[in-house]
Design a protein around this ligand. Structure first.
Ligand SMILES: C[S@@+](CC[C@H](N)C(=O)[O-])C[C@H]1O[C@@H](n2cnc3c(N)ncnc32)[C@H](O)[C@@H]1O
Length: 378
């Protein structure tokens, strides 16, 4: 069991090891990895499972062309395997049913038309559980007016939104987002996911992650600070537990999405700031003045908790040091290696109270982890 996709290398076929087998492999691997933390001896890992099939709400495929003797191309979806081979995909069991149903029909229509298929090299799908679908067609050529007309016909035929992309070009036919509705602990939340912004790929596990955090923290009269907030996926539901929330994120697209999401949920408790975690540390420690913060009164916040969901690199040195100043640390991680490194430091002052594995990326080696820590030493 040494390949990225547990044997089938990205062909998306459910492998012999089965869903439970691959999950159990990852649980045992993570139990072993984190076994040096004595706090974990008394804690059961909470496990949030994925659906076994049709669980991914976003997917990216290369477009592969097979030429016949007359130089006519037949298109197929493809992925690059861990060994860097191209694997043609005839059907895909891990993507949502909406994406799986659309894939062959869409390719057949594109195949029929030289303008739509010419120099097309990738297709991205973004789908909501409510059926909204955004398809991005990515080309190695400039897109002209004739492409717009045909892409609009394609969009109407399948009732989908289409974006065309090529180098330095983005053609939006209708709009560049999908609308999602998530039911979290029996409350409905509205989210708008903008193309190019970060979104969690597995909706069911995403809901499970947010509920796990909500169900394991107490209501606070104080404030929450959040770093790496994306489009407010955790921020908006978690704000119900706090007086106010200050949330930061590096991506302009995600901050735009986060502010829209706040409005969609009539939430007035949260301030979103576009700022890297490293810059935010400098602002909080009054080492640098930022014009982006001119309307934000940092001193009006009384933080007792911090929530972090960093990219794979985990926390940098200064952010890790900042995080230790909070009584409660909620850490969601997509990389157990960097989480382990960060916990080595955080557990010098804080005790691990809860620990969870979220099978966000079923049938790959990746797993998402959640940890809640409380201050044990001042
Ligand atoms: C794993 S995503 C989490 C997003 C969000 N919590 C969610 O559930 O959708 C990590 C986010 O960190 C942002 N990011 C990456 N590097 C950053 C940095 N140095 N400072 C702040 N945000 C950063 C990315 O743009 C991305 O939105």
């Amino acid at each position: 069991m040494n390949c990225e996709y547990f044997g089938k290398c990205g062909s998306c076929t459910i492998h012999d090891i089965g869903y439970e087998g691959q999950l159990d492999f990852k649980i045992q691997r993570e139990k072993e990895r984190f076994s040096n933390f004595t706090d974990l001896k008394d804690i059961d890992f909470d496990i949030i499972k994925s659906d076994e099939q049709n669980f991914r709400n976003r997917a990216e495929f290369k477009i592969w062309k097979n030429f016949d003797e007359n130089d006519n191309a037949t298109l197929s979806y493809a992925m690059t395997s861990v060994e860097k081979n191209v694997l043609e995909i005839n059907s895909c069991q891990i993507v949502s049913l909406d994406i799986a149903n659309l894939m062959p029909k869409l390719l057949e229509e594109i195949q029929k038309n030289k303008i739509l298929s010419f120099k097309l090299f990738a297709i991205e799908f973004l789908n909501s559980t409510t059926g909204d679908m955004l398809v991005t067609l990515i080309y190695h050529r400039k897109l002209e007016e004739d492409w717009n007309t045909l892409a609009l016909e394609l969009s109407n035929k399948f009732n989908i939104k289409i974006i065309g992309r090529s180098r330095k070009q983005k053609v939006i036919l209708e709009n560049d987002y999908i609308d999602e509705k998530l039911n979290i602990n029996n409350t409905n939340y509205n989210f708008r996911y903008i193309e190019g912004g970060f979104t969690q790929p597995n909706s069911k596990v995403n809901i499970g992650m947010i509920e796990w955090v909500l169900n394991n923290i107490k209501d606070s009269r104080e404030d929450l600070c959040e770093l790496y907030c994306g489009g407010g996926n955790f921020t908006i539901p978690l704000s119900s537990k706090f007086r106010k929330v200050l949330a930061t994120e590096i991506s302009k697209t995600s901050i735009k999405s986060a502010k829209t999401n706040c409005e969609l949920n009539n939430n007035t408790k949260i301030e979103f700031i576009r700022m890297s975690a490293e810059e935010f540390v400098e602002a909080l420690e009054e080492k640098r003045v930022f014009s982006r913060l001119k309307d934000v009164d940092l001193k009006a916040y009384d933080f007792d908790s911090i929530f972090v969901d960093p990219p794979r690199a985990g926390l940098d040195d200064t952010t890790r040091a900042l995080v230790k100043n909070f009584d409660q640390i909620i850490y969601v991680s997509c990389n157990p290696e960097t989480l382990h490194r960060d916990l080595e430091e955080l557990t010098k002052t804080h005790k691990i109270i809860n620990f969870a594995l979220f099978d966000q990326f079923a049938y790959t080696h990746h797993i998402e982890t959640g940890v809640i820590l409380k201050r044990s030493i001042n």
